[in-house]
Design a protein around this ligand. Structure first.
Ligand code: FES
Ligand code: FES
Length: 408
């Protein structure tokens, strides 16, 4: 029996052309909803972390990871699983080509692979092997070595172009996953996700843009700085210098004390984005508190967020403790990476980098200047991921040792 919490939400969507209405938990992923509630088991679950691509299906005609997409965000969406592509012309051509080129063995990756391949067959102008391989980078196959898969897709694209079928079958589409479709969103959502000229206007008035902002995710971080609170708080007031401490952040124009335009470059796995936007800044000297309220977009993903900070006296004289409360909402491809555990890990690493760079900047006001090692770096995904893996391995080992100790 499925127990629904009070947070359960009723959604109405179209699945393989059929209208579906269901009540789902906020935590239920689209893949689980399709497989367990609708008995559509074509989308396979491999990694459940957005890495293997086995769960790929179409959301509003675009490939999306159903293991990372919450069903609750699919209200009003059109979902097409591999079962819904039975009569699709391109998929039929791909199925025949996969057979011909021995492009599958166990078949576990095949539904996701076909959905990704169909997208490539529709979009790529020609059967360029390199572009096909790049396009397939998000779909892993443990059996075939990819040669047959690439050949199959190449042959379908070549045949279609030879028949005069132009690329761009998916052209004109908006990119982004479930719930990120401004054109399909509910009126309230539409108002929160402007595009084109509206977006420019929104950037010019960030406070108005995010008036009713309620973050989808939030977390808190604390860090210590080996400098007195007044000095640290004063540095927080210098937006350009603070931005230089945050990996990947940049400032576009000379900021005023109340407003800044700029952005941050983010890369998670195969998806990268450079969010550009504006933020409103408020500060209270007496309590040493501040708030940065911003919104930005990169054309594919959109972000809104706020950072509240408070600089307090640290444990030792002459030191500070900085408390950060961060709330944010991501829409678009990056929204697929919204798992709280992962976000918390990444935030922890970013905060550690930020604190280190902040301290270097404060120290750099003296004669010594910032050390090269501590100088602000870009958001380095490899270092970040390596750090995350190391951190998770360490905590796993600690748990294992703990449980061994307890059983001895
Ligand atoms: S199950 Fe691996 S990407 Fe979704
Ligand atoms: S055919 Fe087995 S994982 Fe691809």
């Amino acid at each position: 029996m499925i127990v629904r919490t009070t947070d359960a939400r009723t959604i109405a969507l179209t699945v393989n052309g059929r209208a579906v209405s269901a009540t789902v938990e906020p935590r239920t992923h689209l893949a689980d909803f399709l497989r367990e509630d609708l008995n559509l088991t074509g989308a396979h679950l491999g990694c459940e972390h957005g890495v293997c691509g086995a769960c790929t299906l179409l959301v509003d005609g675009e490939p999306a990871r159903s293991c990372l997409t919450f069903a609750a965000t699919c209200d009003d969406a059109e979902i097409t699983t591999i079962e819904g592509l039975d009569d699709d012309e391109v998929t039929a051509e791909l199925r025949a080509a996969f057979n011909r080129e021995h492009a599958l063995q166990c078949g576990f990756c095949t539904p996701g692979m076909l959905v990704a391949a169909r997208d490539l067959a529709l979009r790529l102008p020609d059967a360029d092997e390199r572009r096909i391989r790049v396009g397939l980078a998000g779909n892993l196959c443990r059996c075939t070595g990819y040669a047959g898969i690439v050949k199959a897709i190449q042959s379908v694209i070549a045949e279609r172009r030879a028949r005069g079928v132009a690329p761009g079958g998916a052209g004109g589409r908006g990119l982004g996953p479930v719930g990120a479709r401004p054109s399909r969103a509910r009126p309230t959502e539409r108002a929160r996700t402007p595009a084109g000229p509206e977006r420019a206007a929104a950037a010019a008035a960030p406070a108005a843009f995010i008036q009713d902002f309620t973050p989808a995710h939030s977390f808190e971080q604390r860090f210590a700085v080996a400098f007195p609170p007044d000095e640290v708080f004063a540095l927080f007031g210098k937006v350009e210098e603070v931005a230089a401490c945050l990996p990947g952040a940049f400032v576009d124009a000379v900021p005023s004390p109340e407003r800044v335009e700029g952005g941050i470059r983010v890369k998670v796995g195969p998806i990268s984005a450079a969010f550009r936007g504006a933020a409103a800044i408020t500060r209270d000297e007496a309590s040493r508190e501040g708030r940065i309220l911003g919104a930005g977009a990169d054309g594919r993903s959109a972000a809104q967020g706020e950072v509240r900070y408070r600089v307090a006296q640290g444990a030792e004289p002459g030191t500070s403790e900085v408390a950060l409360a961060v709330g944010y909402t991501l829409k678009g491809p990056l929204a697929q990476f919204g798992r709280p555990g992962l976000v918390r890990d990444i935030a922890g690493r970013l905060t550690a980098d930020f604190a280190r760079n902040l301290e270097a900047k404060l120290a750099g006001r003296g004669d010594a200047g910032p050390t090269p090692a501590a100088a602000p770096s870009g958001l380095n995904p490899f270092r970040l991921v390596a750090g995350l893996l190391f951190g998770r391995l360490a905590s796993w080992l600690t748990r294992v040792r703990g449980s061994r100790g307890a059983s001895d």
